[in-house]
Design a protein around this ligand. Structure first.
Ligand code: UD1
Length: 421
């Protein structure tokens, strides 16, 4: 096992290239199950989750390889298998994204039911409900979701759940509907930029989807989808994490390729805190030179403040002049970082789905334990500013979703090393 050793206290300065979005690349890779011929994907980040999806797709008969320039080539060669097994799904929840494509293209999908994870219960009832509405028969057997349909039929589907829209349920149902007969209307669909990217990919393959980026998506079914070239959208969560890295170190960084329009809620909160954010020539410029103001923030589906940046914002607010409050409305239990940040001198109190963050003058380095992907990022941010040395253990969480994070941070002056335990 490896850990990161971080010596805090340097101001970050320079440019960081933003990678392709994990949460767009994974469903788009799964969508190639629907496609005839070769798909070429550019800007797919090199991440543990992406490699995991490659393994799953190859078990499902897809030939996947990267060329010398890093582009990913995918082609379905064998459609016999439609089973995503426990061993693979339990390692990565996004495996569930193969469900819609398998059902639509192979008339059946058997996908191991993903369990809960560190950030709480994560049901998939909306995925199943949506696919049933398209005409699939559903049963649960041996911990697997079994869906079957000779032909999917377009219909109207309400996809809202107790916490609002669902990103991967929208992806699954939208993908399945591309090959359904007739028109499907998805109400309360997720509006995330990753859903927009997926829809643009599918349309480039010949699908007829409109309304993506809004809560009502319309899909006119087509007979077949054909291979295309597609460039994955830049990762707004990686960009947001580095925005906070710039802010917390009183630094001056440019995030090359980051799209301001995908980060409006984040920019709004960070400006309130006192961070200077400008549209740069090649991306977003972030600097900060003074004490931070406290703020209130609530996570919400896009375009609201993303839950995937909640932990990182909390680290920043630990150093504000006064009390801040963050309410988590997507995953109310997603607070495992609180205890670890408190070990570094933070003063955070949790009350139900809300955390009250009392600003402190400084954080101090400590050994800490990463619990999930974004919580790990929050601990690295804390390490960048803490007095002394911080050791972040269980870095495999971070490797799931951040491409070469230590190289990118070291490139702008951070003192961070990956070490074997
Ligand atoms: C996606 C992202 C993840 C992000 C999350 C919320 C990917 C691969 N992952 O996860 O990084 O944190 O969106 O922005 O894109 N829910 C139900 N029933 C369902 C599905 C979801 O009740 O069938 C609930 C969830 O428990 C949660 C909320 O809906 O409270 C939103 O979850 P969802 O958007 O589905 O998250 P994921 O798509 O799994």
């Amino acid at each position: 096992m490896q850990h990161f050793e971080i010596v805090g206290g340097t101001r970050l300065k320079g440019a960081i290239d933003i990678s392709g979005a994990k949460n767009a690349a994974l469903p788009i890779m799964a969508a190639t199950l629907l496609v005839e011929g070769e798909t070429v994907l550019h800007n797919v980040p090199d991440l543990a989750d992406v490699r995991q999806m490659q393994i799953l797709l190859s078990r499902l008969g897809v030939k996947v390889h990267r060329d010398d320039e890093g582009a990913m080539h995918l082609r379905v060669e064998d459609e016999m298998n439609a089973h995503a097994e426990y061993e693979l799904v339990s390692k990565m929840r996004a495996s569930v994204c193969v469900m819609g494509p398998l059902l639509a293209k192979r008339q059946r999908a058997q996908v191991s039911m993903p369990g809960g994870c560190a950030i709480g219960d994560r049901p998939i009832d909306l995925h199943i409900r949506g696919l049933e509405s398209l005409g699939a028969d559903f049963e649960l057997a041996n911990g697997d979701v079994l869906l079957r349909a000779k032909k999917l039929m377009g219909t109207e589907i309400f996809l809202g759940g107790p916490f609002g829209s669902s990103v991967t349920a929208t992806a699954n149902v939208m993908m399945a509907a591309t090959l359904a007969q007739g028109r499907t209307i998805l109400e309360s669909a997720a509006c995330e930029p990753e859903i927009v990217d997926l829809a643009m990919f599918l349309n480039a393959c010949g699908a007829r989807i409109t309304g993506f980026g809004t809560p009502r998506i319309t899909v006119e079914g087509v007979g077949a989808l054909n291979g295309t070239d597609h460039r994955v959208v830049p990762d707004r969560i990686e960009a947001g994490t580095f925005m906070i890295a710039g802010a917390i170190t009183n630094g001056d960084v440019e995030l090359r390729g980051a799209r301001m329009e995908h980060l409006q809620a984040v920019t709004d909160r960070l400006r309130r805190v006192g961070v200077i954010i400008e549209r740069g020539e090649k991306g977003i410029a972030v600097s900060s030179a003074r004490r931070l103001e406290p703020v209130q923030a609530t996570t919400q589906p896009y375009p609201g403040f993303p839950t995937d940046l909640q932990a990182q914002l909390m680290t920043l607010l630990c150093l504000a002049d006064g009390n801040s409050m963050i309410t988590e409305k997507i995953f109310p239990d997603r607070f495992l970082h609180v205890g670890e940040l408190n070990r570094m001198g933070a003063r955070i109190r949790k009350e139900g789905p809300t955390a009250i963050i009392e600003g402190v003058k400084k954080l101090v380095g400590a050994p800490v334990m990463a619990s999930d992907l974004r919580a790990s990022a929050a601990l690295i941010l804390a390490g960048l500013v803490a007095k002394g040395t911080t050791r972040v253990h269980r870095v495999y969480h971070i490797d799931r979703g951040y491409e070469r994070i230590e190289e990118k941070l070291a490139g702008v002056g951070a003192v961070i090393r990956r070490q074997a335990e």
